[in-house]
Write a protein that binds this ligand. Structure first.
Ligand SMILES: NC(=O)c1ccc[n+]([C@@H]2O[C@H](COP(=O)([O-])OP(=O)(O)OC[C@H]3O[C@@H](n4cnc5c(N)ncnc54)[C@H](OP(=O)(O)O)[C@@H]3O)[C@@H](O)[C@H]2O)c1
Length: 284
C-alpha cells in the first residue's frame, strides 16, 4: 500500500509559485490576497492563519479583515466592492459558510459580488459555469488539490472509473466537473446521501479511484473498496481527540493500492492551490 502524502507535492507547487511571485515582483506586480472572515469559528480561523502564513512566505501581501457575527450584509458587500475596485488587490477570499443570519441568500449575494477575476476560492457562479464548460481559469482549491495529487503521482485518469461520494458545491460537484473534463477524461459517478446504502457500496466497489468528501468520520470501510483501488479521503473531523477522515484507514489499508492519510493528504495541497489561484489572478 502506498501513502499519498500531500505535503511533498504542496512544497513542490509552492517552490514553483515562489519563482513566479519573484518574477511578478520584479515587474512591479506585488500579488495581494484579501482574507475576510465573519464571526469566530475556530476551524475558519485556523484555515485563515495558515493561508496567511503560506502567502507571506511566498511574498504575497495579505490584507486581513474580520467582521463581527452581527455585521450587516450590506456592509460586507460594500467592503467587497471596494476590494473589487482596488487594483492592488488580486484575490478575495471570504471564509464560508457565513454565520447563521447571513446564510442562504446572503451567501449567494456575497459570492456573486466578488469580481470573478479576483475570485480565488472559485465560488462565483461565473467561474463555476466556466468550470462546467471545461474552460476554467480558476479552479476551486480542494477539488484542484485532489486533481493535482492524482496527476503528480502519475495516476492515469483517462478512461478510469472514478466514484466521488459527496456532491457539495465546494468539493464533490466541482471535482466531478474537473475529472470529467475533455482532456482529463475520467468516467465519473457522483454519489450523495440519497444514494441507497447498498447501491453506494456497489458503486464504490466499481471504482478504480474512490474520492470521499462526506463529512462522516470513518464511514467508508472495506465493504466499499475494490481491491487495488486508489482512495482519496477529503474528510477531516475530530473524533475522540484525533483528526480522522471519512475513510476507516486501518480497516481498508490492506485492500487499497494507495490512500491519502488524514491529516497530511489533501489538506496541505488545498492551501497550495489557493496560492496558485492568487498568482494566476495577479497575472490576469
Ligand atoms: N482537506 C480539505 O482541504 C477540505 C476542504 C473542504 C472540506 N473538507 C472536508 O471534507 C468533508 C466534506 O466537506 P463538504 O463541505 O463537501 O461537506 P458537505 O457540504 O456537508 O457535503 C457532504 C456531502 O456528503 C453527502 N453525504 C452525507 N452523508 C452521506 C451518506 N451517508 N451517503 C452518501 N453521501 C452522503 C451529502 O449528500 P447530500 O448532498 O445529499 O446532503 C453531501 O453531498 C468534510 O469532512 C470537510 O471537513 C476538507
Amino acid at each position: 500500500m502506498r501513502l499519498l502524502l500531500g505535503k511533498e507535492i504542496a512544497n513542490n507547487i509552492l517552490a514553483e509559485l515562489m519563482l513566479e511571485v519573484t518574477a511578478l515582483r520584479e515587474q512591479g506586480v506585488i500579488p495581494k490576497l484579501a482574507l475576510l472572515m465573519v464571526g469566530t469559528d475556530s476551524g475558519s480561523q485556523v484555515y485563515l492563519e495558515n493561508a496567511k502564513r503560506v502567502a507571506q512566505k511566498l511574498g504575497i501581501d495579505v490584507l486581513e479583515q474580520r467582521f463581527a457575527t452581527d455585521v450587516l450584509l450590506q456592509d460586507l458587500l460594500t467592503f467587497v466592492e471596494n476590494l473589487n475596485r482596488d487594483r492592488r488587490v488580486h484575490g478575495i477570499l471570504c471564509q464560508l459558510p457565513l454565520p447563521v443570519g447571513l446564510t442562504g441568500d446572503g451567501e449567494q449575494r456575497l459570492v456573486s459580488t466578488i469580481d470573478p477575476n479576483k475570485d480565488v476560492d472559485c465560488v462565483h457562479p461565473y467561474n463555476l459555469g466556466l468550470l462546467a464548460m471545461g474552460r476554467a481559469r480558476l479552479m476551486p482549491c480542494t477539488p484542484h488539490a485532489v486533481y493535482q495529487l492524482l496527476k503528480r503521482n502519475n495516476y492515469q485518469l483517462s478512461g478510469k472509473r472514478v466514484v466521488i461520494v459527496g456532491r457539495s458545491n465546494i468539493v464533490g460537484r466541482p471535482l466531478s466537473l474537473i475529472l470529467s473534463t475533455k482532456g482529463i477524461d475520467a468516467t465519473v459517478t457522483l454519489c450523495h446521501s440519497r444514494t441507497p446504502h447498498e447501491e453506494l457500496q456497489r458503486i464504490c466497489k466499481e471504482a478504480d479511484i474512490l474520492v470521499v468528501a462526506m463529512g462522516k468520520p470513518k464511514f467508508i470501510d472495506k465493504n466499499f473498496i475494490r481491491p487495488g483501488a486508489v482512495v482519496i479521503d477529503v474528510g477531516t473531523a475530530q473524533l475522540a481527540g484525533q483528526i480522522v477522515g471519512d475513510v476507516d484507514f486501518a480497516n481498508v489499508s490492506e485492500l487499497v493500492a494507495a490512500i491519502t492519510p488524514v491529516p497530511g493528504g489533501v489538506g496541505p495541497l488545498t492551501r497550495a492551490m489557493l496560492m496558485h489561484n492568487v498568482v494566476s489572478a495577479a497575472k490576469f
